[in-house]
Design a protein around this ligand. Structure first.
Ligand SMILES: [Zn+2]
Length: 131
């Protein structure tokens, strides 16, 4: 089982269940980012920056059947990425790239309805935003 964390914008796009569509990475290659972390580590996953009103850990999707997913560190995407982009991702403070998984294929995810009750409350201003 892998997980995809997203903000209320992402939640709106995916719905209660649906496809998680690759979005352009730093160097342009569209990727879906997944992790095995639950609960997530905000710094470990590098989900600290984004628009100010976005909590990128607000919602969790469970991906039961990951399709064409590779561990980031062993991925084709990383091997082909510009070194500078790789360094920017992997040298951000507190990140743990061993917990990152990527795919260039869309993934089917189901909203984890228990996740918010267990974890989301602690996560600041946007925690209660309704999708
Ligand atoms: Zn957002």
């Amino acid at each position: 089982m892998l997980y995809h964390y997203t903000c209320h914008h992402g939640r709106r796009g995916i719905g209660f269940s649906g496809f998680i569509v690759p979005t352009p990475s730093l160097w342009g290659l569209p990727l879906v980012w997944l992790t095995d972390m639950r609960p997530p580590g905000r710094e470990a996953l590098g989900l600290t920056s984004h628009m100010l009103d976005c909590d990128r850990l607000a919602y969790c999707y469970k991906v039961d059947a990951p399709l064409g997913v590779e561990p980031w560190l062993e991925s084709r995407a990383r091997a082909d990425a510009p070194l500078l982009s790789v360094l920017m991702l992997e040298q951000a403070p507190g990140v743990d790239p061993r917990r990152w998984f990527v795919s260039t294929a869309r993934q089917f995810g189901a909203l984890d309805r228990h996740y918010g009750l267990q974890f989301r409350r602690d996560w600041g201003a946007n925690a209660g935003a309704t999708p």
